[in-house]
Design a protein around this ligand. Structure first.
Ligand code: GLU
Length: 449
């Protein structure tokens, strides 16, 4: 059974980049008939906030990406302790005491000599007496995971293809701070093993983490934890904005900000489902169709460009498909299904319906018509015979009687009845306005009121 997970840290709002990762994991699970889990990575107690946990849940619900299960790392500390003790007994984690300043200096020295800034493992040389002295001085260690330099790191990435890493090119990652708190990497591997995650799909900023984590999975298995379960990995190219990095504008690209700006969840899903793939981005509202065509093999390796204009276009396409029931609670009082269908093709956002509804209910502002147009509008008022099909018969009759056609016929009528030069089909608007309003607006436009 395929199991995927979305593992956000609740240190901020979800933005389009995170949402894309969540969506792709959800689609991967749905396509395989598997499970999609939400894991709140809240080991950083200082930066994690409950309000962000709530916001993440709310965003996923809004997007229709309900998880099949939810866990949080802060509730799993005992599991990490147990796994850690096993790794310690197996000699795969080791205590270190360097201060951040010392580490920084070491890095600078190496870089100054043109060497990669890899941790020199000095702490491995400490003796029992050294450790005893540190303990006596009240110095608690932080802990690093010991990479096995004899074990080349290889995996077949679902998007990037075959990957190779020389473990000696990586620093032994710090996995636990001196105060006992966890950095993200080891708990994440422990969780993936323990929760039976079969597929880890995330951004390519995690590629070197994956390299180290593969050895963690192996070490955990060898230490009798998790039976050597090892997920498949895929890393997607990062999202970039029109002008390069997205990171500066992430505030305005949060799920919440986009929702407030009138973006429909289906639009965000349709765009992000295919952005950066070889499949065309289209306003596809049907989830099942998106899931059906989801294929990691179509994901490109070049950064995917997120363009708000493209999102606006997809959004418009989605709005034009929304049924009355889907939007009823966001429409102005009194607006019914017929009115929704009349104005829908003219909307960019659902909230634009309010503007058109104001045109229907009035009052509207009229342009100033010249004398000839006023005479035409007066004649038009007289020629109107109200019926279900009034617009077609009325304009046909006016065409005959006045010789006007095209714009000269239709524009003054539209302007007189809506105060606008363009808008929803008049044949659909007329019944919404009703005979009394139509006649009143025509008389006013003709200067008769
Ligand atoms: N909490 C990590 C992050 O937000 C999880 C990454 C992952 O393993 O997917 O980057």
């Amino acid at each position: 059974m395929t199991v995927t997970r979305f593992a956000p840290s609740p240190t901020g709002l979800l933005h389009v980049g995170n949402i894309r990762t969540a969506l792709h994991n959800w689609m991967l699970a749905r396509k395989a008939g598997g499970r999609f889990l939400l894991r709140i990575d809240d080991t950083d107690a200082e930066r994690s906030r409950e309000e962000f946990v709530e916001a993440i849940r709310a965003d996923l619900a809004w997007l229709g990406l309900a998880p099949d299960g939810e866990t949080r790392q802060s509730a799993r500390l005992a599991i990490y302790d147990e796994a850690f003790e096993r790794l310690r007994a197996a000699g795969r984690v080791y205590p270190c005491y360097e201060t951040p300043q010392e580490l920084d200096l070491k890095r600078k020295v190496l870089l100054g000599r043109g060497l990669p800034p890899i941790y020199d493992r000095a702490a491995l040389a400490l003796t029992d007496a050294d450790h005893a002295r540190m303990a006596a001085e009240g110095q608690a260690p932080h802990w690093r995971f010991l990479l096995d330099h004899a074990q080349p790191i290889e995996w077949h990435d679902g998007i990037r293809g075959p990957q190779h890493f020389d473990p000696a090119s990586l620093s032994d990652p710090v996995v636990r701070r001196a105060d006992g708190s966890w950095l993200y990497m080891l708990p994440s591997a422990i969780d993936d093993v323990e929760m039976g995650v079969t597929d880890v799909l995330r951004g390519e900023d995690h590629v070197s983490n994956t390299a180290a984590q593969l050895q963690m999975f192996a070490a955990l298995g060898a230490a009798g934890f998790g039976e050597g379960n090892m997920p498949r990995f895929a890393h997607e190219a990062l999202l970039v904005g029109r002008e390069g990095k997205l990171s500066k504008r992430l505030g305005s690209l949060s799920g919440q900000a986009l929702r407030e700006a009138g973006i429909e969840p289906q639009a965000l899903v349709a765009l992000l489902a295919r952005l950066g793939t070889s499949q065309p981005v289209e306003p596809i509202a049907d989830r099942a169709a998106l899931v059906e065509t989801y294929d990691l093999g179509t994901f490109g390796r070049a950064p995917a460009r997120f363009d708000e204009d493209e999102l606006a276009r997809v959004n418009q396409g989605i709005v034009h498909q929304l049924s009355f029931d889907e939007v009823a609670d966001r429409l102005p009082e009194g607006m019914d299904a017929g009115a929704w269908l009349a104005v829908r093709p003219n909307l960019e956002k659902v909230s634009d319906a309010h503007d058109w509804w104001r045109v229907v209910t009035g009052p509207i502002e009229l342009p100033v018509f010249d004398q000839e147009t006023r005479a035409f509008l007066s004649e038009a008022q007289g020629a109107l015979v109200w019926s279900d099909n009034a617009w077609a018969t009325w304009t046909a009759a006016l065409k005959d009687s006045t010789g006007r056609k095209g714009k000269a016929l239709f524009l003054p009528l539209r302007q007189a009845l809506t105060g606008q030069d363009a808008g929803p089909e008049m044949a659909r608007l007329l019944p919404l306005l009703g005979e009394t309003t139509v006649r009143r607006r025509l008389r006013r436009a003709a200067g008769e009121d």
